[in-house]
Ligand binder design. Structure first.
Ligand SMILES: O=C(O)CCC(=O)C(=O)O
Length: 442
C-alpha cells in the first residue's frame, strides 16, 4: 500500500524546491507568483503601515486642534457672557436727568459772561492801556483782585511774615460752633428756595477762611436711614466687590455707589441749598460731582494720616481760588468717640505734606448734617473708638469741570463698571445743550 504524503509534508517539499534544493526547473517556474505576492504583500504592509501612521498622526493633530478650538470657544463664550452681563447692567442704569434748576441758573450766568467777553466794551477795555495789555504786556490786577476776594486773607499774612506760626492763621471763629455751623433755622429758604444772602455769606466766609463749614441736619433723618439701609444691604452683595474703592488706614472700607435708587437721589447729591453754597464757593462757575463713595470706619479702626484731597496743581506755593471741595454726610449720629472727620483750621492755604495738625477740630453731629471742606484743607478720618457702632459716611467730591482725578480712576483698580456709573453721575452735572449751536459753543 502506497502512503500518500501528508499535506504538511508536501508544503515542506515545495518550500525546499523553491529554495533551490529541488531538481526540476519546471518546479522553480511554478513558484514565481507566490514570491511576487509575498513581496507585494510586504510592500503593501509597509505602505499601509506608513499610511496608517500618517492617518494616526493627522488624527492626533486634529484632536489637538479640536481641543484648542473647544478651549477658545469656551473662553470666547465666557468673555461674551461677561460682556453681555456688563452691558445689561449698563443698559439697566438709569438715564441722566434733565438740566436741574440750579444748572440752568449757572448756565444763564455763563452765557452772560460770554456775551460780555465778546462785547466791544470788554475788548476795547483790554486795549485801553496798551503798555499793560496784550500784545505788549499783561495786567494782572483783575486777577489779583479776584484772588484777594476768593482766597483767604490770612494767606497774605503768612506770606509776608516769614516766621509766622501757621497755626495762628485761622481766625478764632473757626473754632467756634457759632462761626462754622449753619443751623437748621438758618437753612430755611425763601419762597424761591433760596438761602438768605447773610447765611450764604457766612457759609462762604467759613469755607474760605477756615476751610470748612457745617450744614446742620440739612438732609432728613428718614432719607439718611433709607440710604444707610440700602448701603448696608448693597455691600453684602457680590456686585459690591466691583465697587470697592481704596481707602487709607486699617479697618476702614470704601465703596463707590452705583447710579441707581436710592443712591442717585438728587435730593442728596444735588440738594438745592448745598448747590447754592457750592456755586458761591466756585464763584458761580460750572462744577460737577467728581466722586461719590461711602467710607466706613469700623470700631477699633485707627487714625488716618493727615492729608489733603490733592497736594497741588502746579506748584507747592500756588495760590488758587477754590477748585474742589469734599462734602461729607455721615449716615448715622456721630459721637466724638466714633471719629467725626477731623479738620485742621485754616490749613488750606498751602500744601502741608507730612504736616501733623496740633490744633484739630472734631465736630460731633446728628445724622443728616453735612460738612463741606475745601480739597486743600488738612484733614483725616480719626479712629472709631466706639465698642460696636460703625461710622458710615457718604463722601462726595465736587470740583470745577476741568479737574478730574484720573489717577484714581486708572490706577486704583477701578472697574469699568464703576467708571460707567461715575460717568452717569458726571452727566447730572453737565448742562445739556438742546441745539447743535449750543453743543459747539466754546
Ligand atoms: O473717614 C473720614 O472721616 C475721612 C476720610 C478721608 O478723608 C479719606 O479717606 O480720604
Amino acid at each position: 500500500m502506497q502512503r500518500r504524503p501528508a499535506p504538511k509534508a508536501k508544503a515542506t517539499a515545495e518550500f525546499e524546491r523553491t529554495n533551490g534544493s529541488g531538481s526540476s526547473s519546471s518546479d522553480f517556474t511554478g513558484t514565481l507568483p507566490n514570491r511576487t505576492a509575498l513581496i507585494t504583500g510586504a510592500l503593501l504592509v509597509v505602505v499601509l503601515s506608513g499610511a496608517l501612521a500618517i492617518v494616526l498622526r493627522d488624527a492626533s493633530l486634529l484632536r489637538r486642534d479640536l481641543e484648542q478650538l473647544k478651549t477658545e470657544l469656551y473662553e470666547e463664550r465666557a468673555a461674551r457672557a461677561t460682556a453681555e452681563a456688563l452691558h445689561a447692567k449698563y443698559a439697566a442704569m438709569q438715564p441722566r436727568t434733565d438740566n436741574l434748576p440750579w444748572q440752568e441758573e449757572l448756565q444763564v450766568l455763563r452765557k452772560r459772561r460770554e456775551v460780555h467777553e465778546n462785547s466791544d466794551e470788554f475788548v476795547n477795555a483790554l486795549f485801553d492801556t496798551p503798555t499793560q495789555r496784550f500784545p505788549n504786556g499783561a495786567n494782572t490786577s483783575a486777577w489779583n483782585d479776584f484772588l484777594r476776594e476768593h482766597t483767604p486773607k490770612a494767606f497774605d499774612a503768612v506770606a509776608e511774615e516769614e516766621d509766622a506760626e501757621p497755626d495762628q492763621t485761622a481766625p478764632d471763629f473757626c473754632r467756634e460752633l457759632s462761626g462754622i455751623v449753619i443751623t437748621e433755622k438758618d437753612l430755611v429758604t425763601d419762597g424761591q428756595g433760596l438761602l438768605s444772602e447773610e447765611v450764604r455769606a457766612r457759609a462762604l466766609r467759613s469755607l474760605t477762611e477756615c476751610g470748612y463749614v457745617y450744614l446742620d441736619n440739612i438732609i432728613s433723618r428718614a432719607k439718611v436711614d433709607e440710604i444707610r439701609e440700602a448701603y448696608m444691604a448693597f455691600r453684602q452683595t457680590d456686585e459690591a466687590k466691583d465697587f470697592v474703592y481704596p481707602v487709607q488706614g486699617q479697618q476702614r472700607y470704601e465703596h463707590m455707589l452705583p447710579f441707581r435708587a436710592p443712591f442717585n437721589d438728587s435730593s442728596i447729591y444735588a440738594e438745592p441749598r448745598l448747590m447754592q453754597i457750592l456755586a458761591d464757593y466756585f464763584t458761580q462757575e460750572q462744577f460737577k460731582m467728581e466722586l461719590m463713595t461711602v467710607i466706613t470706619s469700623q470700631p477699633g479702626s485707627l487714625d488716618q494720616r493727615w492729608h489733603q484731597g490733592w497736594r497741588y496743581l502746579f506748584h507747592p506755593d500756588e495760590r488758587l481760588p477754590p477748585y474742589a471741595a469734599v462734602v461729607a454726610l455721615p449716615l448715622s449720629d456721630v459721637t466724638p468717640e466714633m471719629g467725626p472727620t477731623e479738620m485742621c483750621p485754616g490749613k488750606k492755604l498751602r500744601f502741608y505734606h507730612g504736616y501733623r495738625c496740633q490744633d484739630q477740630l472734631r465736630v460731633a453731629s446728628t445724622a443728616g448734617t453735612i460738612a463741606i471742606f475745601d480739597f486743600k484743607t488738612l484733614h483725616r478720618g480719626p479712629g472709631n473708638a466706639h465698642p460696636s457702632a460703625e461710622r458710615p459716611m457718604i463722601s462726595m467730591v465736587f470740583s470745577r469741570m476741568f479737574f478730574m482725578n484720573t489717577e484714581a480712576i486708572v490706577n486704583r483698580g477701578i472697574s469699568l463698571l464703576q467708571t460707567l456709573h461715575q460717568r452717569r453721575y458726571l452727566e447730572q452735572f453737565t448742562w445739556h445743550p438742546s441745539s447743535r449751536d449750543d453743543q459747539f459753543a466754546v
